[in-house]
Design a protein around this ligand. Structure first.
Ligand code: SF4
Length: 320
């Protein structure tokens, strides 16, 4: 990244949920920066806390510890109604499920116009109509789609509406929360390419959350790998895919399907063993029950996330 201006600083972020008398640790002391106009990919198996992390950054979940700074301002300390509204305008989300995230009783135009009316109250109806038409074209649809209802559109078209709705308020930062996982494989690349194009045109910054490592590679500049609420590795995408250091990252990458079977057999190390419960985490490294390189120290102390090469962070005792 040439442009290293930090937009968002996540510092020891923690989110725990009450489960009866116990606590479920969804996000556990997570720290990273997101630079302006980059895409930071956040990957890991389902249930690893990546969606909760994205939502907690936006304040959709109340954090239980740590800090999130947006342009140097602690998000939870934004108190004035006007400033909260301003933050909501700057930081948007595209949801995973385009089927349930759009109100079936509203036309597409009303869905996209909703945020415009809130954040640009002086805009007249005719201007809003023109802006909605422009947004529909930006996401590869046409103005006629505005009169339709969500259920009249395909999954890919609905996700384009979700993107247009997020763009309508002119954000700087978008959490893309598994935006392609509910779509047909044939449509997924189209939506990812659209997000890349929009980022270039509008100078957007993305946190792209996904369990699909091949799609994350396509869109991301840097990638954070999450396991049971913690970042276990963070680096630029070339390092993550070319030289993964953490045994968990190595296992995830080794099982990515190879498009060309003749390209060579990869050394596959599929993940085995039970994932510990986030309600009852083990002492030491959380990955110990599935790690082929587990040592005695791994059962005694938590490996901290350390920078082992410039810009390449890993949390593993192999690099102590
Ligand atoms: Fe494996 Fe130990 Fe590294 Fe954890 S700290 S990933 S158990 S080697």
């Amino acid at each position: 990244m040439e442009n290293k201006e930090v937009l968002i600083k996540v510092d020891k972020l923690q989110k725990k949920f009450d489960v009866g008398k116990k606590k479920l640790t969804a996000v556990d002391d997570v720290s990273f920066d997101i630079y302006k106009t980059e895409t930071l990919g956040l990957v890991g198996e389902s249930g690893c806390g990546k969606t909760t992390c994205g939502r907690t950054i936006l304040g959709l979940h109340k954090k239980t510890g740590g800090h999130v700074y947006y342009e140097g301002v602690e998000v939870s300390e934004i108190k004035k109604r006007k400033d909260i509204k301003d933050f909501k305008k700057k930081a948007q989300i595209i949801f995973q499920d385009p089927y349930s995230s759009l109100d079936p009783r509203m036309t597409i135009e009303d869905i996209i116009a909703e945020g415009i009316r809130v954040h640009f109250p002086k805009m007249k109806d005719a201007e809003i109509h023109n802006r909605v038409s422009e947004l529909l074209k930006m996401v590869g649809l046409n103005a006629e789609h505005g009169a339709r209802f969500p259920q009249e559109l395909s999954g890919g078209q609905r996700q384009r509406i979700g993107i247009a709705r997020a763009l309508a308020v002119e954000p700087e930062f978008i959490v893309c929360d598994e935006p392609i996982s509910a779509l047909d494989v044939s449509i997924q690349a189209q939506v990812v390419n659209l997000l890349i194009k929009l980022q270039r045109e509008l100078g957007l910054t993305y946190l792209f959350i996904s369990h699909d490592l091949s799609m994350v590679k396509h869109i991301s500049d840097r990638i954070g790998v999450m396991y049971l609420g913690s970042i276990v590795e963070l680096a630029d995408k070339e390092s993550i895919y070319g030289e993964p250091l953490h045994p968990y990252t190595q296992a995830l990458i080794s099982v990515i399907p190879i498009p060309d079977p003749d390209a060579g057999i990869k050394d596959r190390t599929p993940l085995k063993g039970e994932i510990p419960s986030p309600i009852d985490l083990p002492v030491g490294c959380k990955f110990q029950s599935r790690c082929v390189k587990c040592m005695e120290i791994c059962k005694e102390s938590v490996p901290p996330l350390k920078e082992v090469k410039p810009g390449h962070f890993v949390a593993c005792h192999l690099f102590d």
